[in-house]
Design a binder for this molecule. Structure first.
Ligand SMILES: NC(=O)c1ccc[n+]([C@@H]2O[C@H](COP(=O)([O-])OP(=O)(O)OC[C@H]3O[C@@H](n4cnc5c(N)ncnc54)[C@H](O)[C@@H]3O)[C@@H](O)[C@H]2O)c1
Length: 254
């Protein structure tokens, strides 16, 4: 199960956090990687870690909010490996603050990266997957302000709610083409510099206090986000169509 030997896996936002964790997890299972980000030093470091662990891949600068850059990145992936099997649409930015008081321009920026970026990625990934008879796409949503409301993070959350909606509709469109599209809605991972850790650090919240927000009583581990992404990207998950897999230590179940 979860064999990615020789599979071509594209990951956006690979310079740190989930993207880096997932790159290493796919590489450990034999995938050939195409990594992008706008933070080039971090992206190159992820590639260095991948190759040091015996993996194969390349890193390329690509801003997912610019469709031409997404198209070029998918094109570079196919030029390098001849195909694309998995797309992990993970890149996102966060601008937190009181939902109704943030500058409206912040919403434009968030929509451009988090929502349109995922759309551009799916569009160009699917176009390529159709030429080889199938594939799998995993979109990173969030529980924040999409499944639950968070008064001081509503704009970010609205884009993630949009990702969930887009995931379902796109998944239905291509369900019969052997292309699976699903989303992950997570919260509470303790991964260096990830969006959650930046948030709790920014609010002066200790790890111990944050762990108390989750019924499981602890924060998430890197291997637990990797496992969820590997599952949705795997051949074994092809009957999952437009699913939103929630991995949040019980936060939303409560
Ligand atoms: N960490 C969590 O607990 C958590 C919770 C819910 C959702 N998520 C989602 O999971 C994904 C990864 O989270 P993370 O914590 O690793 O985030 P992160 O902020 O650590 O990493 C995101 C990466 O995306 C890159 N990026 C930003 N804008 C980009 C653009 N326009 N083009 C290309 N790359 C760009 C950043 O440079 C960064 O490397 C995000 O979509 C995030 O919203 C994370």
């Amino acid at each position: 199960m979860f064999d990615f030997d020789g599979k071509v896996v594209l990951i956006t936002g690979a310079a740190q956090g989930f993207g880096r964790v997932c790159a290493l997890a796919f590489a450990a299972r034999g995938a050939r990687l195409a990594l992008c980000d706008i933070a080039d030093a971090g992206g190159e470091e992820t590639l260095r870690l991948v190759t040091a662990a015996g993996g194969t891949g390349f890193y390329r600068h690509a801003d997912v909010s610019v469709e031409a850059e997404v198209e070029a990145f998918v094109g570079a992936t196919v030029a390098a490996y001849g195909r694309l099997d998995v797309g992990v649409n993970n890149a996102a930015k966060e601008i937190a603050g009181p939902t109704l008081d943030l500058p409206s321009a912040a919403f434009d920026q968030l929509i451009a990266t988090n929502l349109k970026g995922v759309y551009y990625c799916m569009k160009h990934e699917v176009a390529q997957m159709r030429t080889t008879g199938g594939g799998a796409i995993v979109n990173q949503a969030s529980i924040t302000s999409s499944i639950t409301g968070v008064p001081d993070n509503g704009l970010y959350g609205a884009t993630k709610g949009g990702v969930i909606g887009l995931t379902k509709s796109a998944a239905l469109q291509v369900a019969a083409e052997n292309i699976s599209i699903n989303a992950l809605a997570t919260a509470g991972f303790d991964i260096p510099d990830d969006v959650f850790v930046r948030w709790i650090d920014g609010h002066g919240t200790s790890r111990q206090e944050a762990a108390g927000w989750f019924p499981i009583g602890r924060l998430g581990r890197p291997e637990e986000i990797a496992a969820a992404v590997l599952y949705l990207a795997s051949d074994e998950a092809r009957f999952a169509v437009g699913t939103v897999l929630t991995v949040d230590g019980g936060f939303t179940a409560r």
